[in-house]
Design a protein. Sequence first.
Length: 484
Amino acid sequence: MSPQELVKSLRSFLSPEAVLYETEDMKPYECDGLSAYRQLPMVVVLPQTEAQVIQILQLCHATQTPVVARGAGTGLSGGALPHAQGVLLSLAKLNQIIAIDPLARMARVQPGVRNLAISEAAAPYGLYYAPDPSSQIACSIGGNVAENSGGVHCLKYGLTVHNILRLRVLTISGECLEIGGESLDSAGYDLLALMTGSEGMLGIVTEITVKLIPKPEKAQLVMAAFDDVLKAGNAVANVIGAGIIPAGMEMMDKITIHAVEDFLHAGYDLDAAAILFCESDGGAEEVADEIKRIYAIMQQSGATKISTPQDEAGRLKCWAGRKAAFPAAGRISPDYYCMDGTIPRKRLADVLRGIEALSQEYGLRCMNVFHAGDGNLHPLILYDANQPGELEKTEEFGGKILEMCIRVGGAITGEHGVGMEKINQMCAQFRTGELAMFHAVKAAFDPSGLLNPGKAVPTLHRCAELGAMHVHRGEEKFPELPRF
């Protein structure tokens, strides 16, 4: 079907302003938060109802037109990069909070609802939604489901997959599936976990039922400064080793501290090589005891300065600085490239040392800010895309960080997804049989491969073309892949 015919068919059931096809109208949709990759779609559609989404999918299925779903566009892996011959399906207008059940502690919402808006709506009932990505003021819950997003408090409360109960999903043919339920468990395969983090490759989510939890009676933060990043990394292991599971445990290195302090004036120690944030929440007595133990561990781990904000405003200001790390990076560099590797906590110090060595090798600054408690790293490589070859050098640097994560027993993503950014590193992490199984799952839901094609799971042919050294925990894995 030609673009003109497709637009005509779409406008037979969508309003003219809901079907965009002029270049200037589609420009805002050419990339997500990973702006290094850009592509205009053939057409952008902005449905307002599930019924309209069904019609769009049925049309695309009938005409074999690729479909890429998009939420708020805050993703950082190129997962919502449009397809040049496809439809970019924006779910931004499906943004209603359908119902809040304070007794059952759950909320039913559409995919375009902002993450923070759920907690704001639940606040009058003394409840909130726990996962809190740094982009929570803007990111949508549908995108959170697609990428299995986390946040600074995911250490204690879990990722998106641990905080949702039910999904309403449309297949590429427009069939509606109800996955999960409002009970604690349900029969059959755990399709809820399968769909969460599937990056829009298996179905289009049109409704999410999320868990709500009571606001803690008290939350208190310990902020510890260290003169050595390795000491800070070891402090993380010491806290967990003591049997403490903080509500959140985050770390920043020196370059990040300075960038954020200059941007937000959060009161960070500018002499520190690293700052570790460790928060406790719960009952007042429980928090007081846990904070005392954390304070002692920080001292024993070599902290040079330890402080505890005395009021809620001070605590929120400290966290605001942590969540402002990405925009702060944008103030000190024309461009930045955010990685998302995950490692065992015990290898944190080793990997930070490795990142520093790579930074020296490539001559590129790297800001390290991450969810230290669960080993989810977010190195921000600073570069200038206007300098010839610098983006390619940055991508190579980032790829080596991810391969290092694999070697120490980690993974190439923790919450940002694979998208386009990490698809080559998938060849390094998984064996032929595992990749074949991923493709089989994709085919079961989307036999024609129309949903978000070319993302997340590489073809075996691609891996063979790369000639990648497949390394896992220090061992080579299937150095030669067959061509398919």
